[in-house]
Ligand binder design. Structure first.
Ligand code: KG4
Ligand code: ZN
Length: 330
């Protein structure tokens, strides 16, 4: 079964073909139109998807050596509603034209299961830390479709905190990779920043106070080297992310940890996660940020378990991943 995956939930227009041997093609177009606004502009994202998607899909198919896939999977949420609708509508129309099955995939499930594309892949059950621009959650993944949320952010997502801090520091967008690069030349102990905890919910995160602390420091000590502030912020983010992971591992007894989502491309998070006393699975950086392969793969796993979605499937901007059951095999 060769599945075409389509991803348009934010600012990447992406398509990929995944088959029995793995990823056959993986085409990602990162929209550049948002940089001058220092953040994603939803309307511009939808338009850019509509403009680029057809050629991105054609390239994914031709690189895979296919004229048509056996099924089409498209992100149907969560994400920017207009952006999601572009890929979803395209995917449903393509499936209708080809007369093949369609699957509406949850973007977070795409991230969570993306480490399974690698060799070695984590076996179930594993802890899945999904850290992106829109979400920061830790799941206990027991099987495809059987996920328990162990921890969430109560305010900003980790990637959002990176993007906001970059904006405060006047560094540009997207902030994650810029702050990551800048941190390499800084001292992570030079600026004292908090490690916020959430009262009575010791597995959850809060990142908004950290962003405020960076802003305050910048205001009160404008002479601080940007490298030092960036490195101190990054150390705080990685500290709190890994602290909750270790607690959750102790609590559940699960020692396999899979990282995914854009922030999982972060160099310090990758280095320090690899040193944890856990079996750690890290997809390559290109599979951490949004891509079509993770959508094709999640769709394919569900297809193999008998799932088919109707062409009336609609976009779900706030679709949670908990209790996302796979239907009984027919
Ligand atoms: O998963 P993703 O591509 O899109 C969403 O689903 O949100 O994640 C994008 C986020 C952005 O906030 C970006 O700043 C962050 O991931 N990011 C990073 C790095 N690369 C991307 N954050 C920290 N370090 C990085 N190297
Ligand atoms: Zn994402």
């Amino acid at each position: 079964m060769f599945v075409l995956g389509i991803e348009t939930s934010c600012d990447e227009t992406a398509a990929s073909v995944v088959g029995p041997t793995g990823v056959l093609s993986d085409v990602v177009y990162t929209q550049t139109v948002h940089a001058e606004y220092l953040g994603v502009v939803p309307e511009l994202a939808s338009r850019a998807h509509a403009e680029k998607l057809s050629s991105v899909v054609q390239r994914a198919l031709s690189q895979a050596g296919l004229r048509r896939p056996d099924a089409v999977a498209a992100t149907s949420g969560p994400g920017l509603i207009g952006a999601v609708l572009v890929g979803l509508s395209f995917g449903k129309a393509a499936a209708a034209a080809w007369g093949c099955p369609f699957l509406g995939v949850n973007h977070l499930e795409g991230h969570l299961l993306s480490p399974l594309l690698e060799d070695p892949a984590p076996a179930f059950p594993f802890l899945g830390l999904v850290v992106s621009g829109g979400h920061t959650q830790l799941y206990l993944a027991r099987d495809v479709g059987d996920y328990e949320v162990l921890a969430s952010t109560v305010d900003d997502a980790a990637g959002e905190a990176y993007d906001k801090v970059a904006r405060v520091m006047g560094l540009g967008y997207p902030g994650g990779p810029i702050v990551d690069r800048l941190s390499k030349g800084g001292d992570p102990r030079s600026v004292p920043l908090p490690r916020p905890v959430v009262k009575k919910r010791d597995l959850d995160w809060s990142f908004s106070g950290l962003k405020t602390a960076v802003r305050k420091h910048q205001h009160q000590h404008p002479d601080t080297r940007p490298e030092d502030l960036a490195a101190s912020f990054q150390a705080a983010v990685v500290d709190v992310l890994l602290d909750r992971v270790l607690r959750a591992s102790r609590r559940t007894g699960v020692t396999r940890l899979a990282l995914s989502g854009g922030v999982a491309a972060n160099s310090e998070l990758r280095e320090r996660a690899a040193q944890l006393p856990l079996q750690v699975y890290l997809p390559p950086r290109s599979r951490c940020t949004d891509n079509g392969a993770m959508i094709a793969h999640a769709g394919r796993l569900r297809l193999l378990r008998g799932q088919r979605d109707p062409l009336s499937t609609s976009a779900r901007p706030g679709w949670p991943l908990s209790q996302l059951a796979v239907p009984e095999a027919s």
